[in-house]
Design a protein around this ligand. Sequence first.
Ligand code: BEZ
Length: 212
Amino acid sequence: MALQLGDIAPDFEQDSTEGTLKLHEWADGKWVVLFSHPKDFTPVCTTELGTVAKLKPEFDKRNVKVVALSVDDVDSHKKWAGDIEETQSTKLNFPILADPDRKVASLYGMIHPKANDTLTVRSVFVIDPNKKVRATFTYPASTGRNFQELLRLIDSLQLTDSHSVATPADWKDGDDVVIVPSLQDPDVLAKKFPKGFKAVRPWLRLTPQPNK
Ligand code: BEZ
């Protein structure tokens, strides 16, 4: 069965551009983004890896470690890294897993046979410090992912954990957020949301983003 939200992210040991990587140990109590690429030396993947390398300070700020995966071997990844560096004007600053035996791809359901029998689709897994899968999304090989959206998603997950709020459609950092419906105690509401809130409906309550 496919991995579902709330599942523990399966642990594995696999070779990478930064040596053997054991996922749970490597996570080191941080958030993890694990994202797959169909193949080395492909144009869309190359732009994605360059984009993520440039965003490293944004992931660091959020306490997130990033690891990519492609089904080719480490030698191929290392050669590809040189091309990424030259064409995207950035150094790779996170590991790429080598998965020629499809061990990790199978564990995480990254191969969708009706799309392609042997190559991974563009899967993303956001894993929290308790090793739980908190979000996933999947794009086809032909569409590069929006990594600003990934950062927005992480911001939303972290706000939910820290402040019991949810984020509405098209929310951006700094916009009003939604108080989760399970919070009803007036004393708790007053304590958690000292700036107050607007009840558009009893079940639709907006409040200024609490960590701003
Ligand atoms: C790419 O990364 O450009 C790509 C990979 C596989 C199929 C199509 C595009």
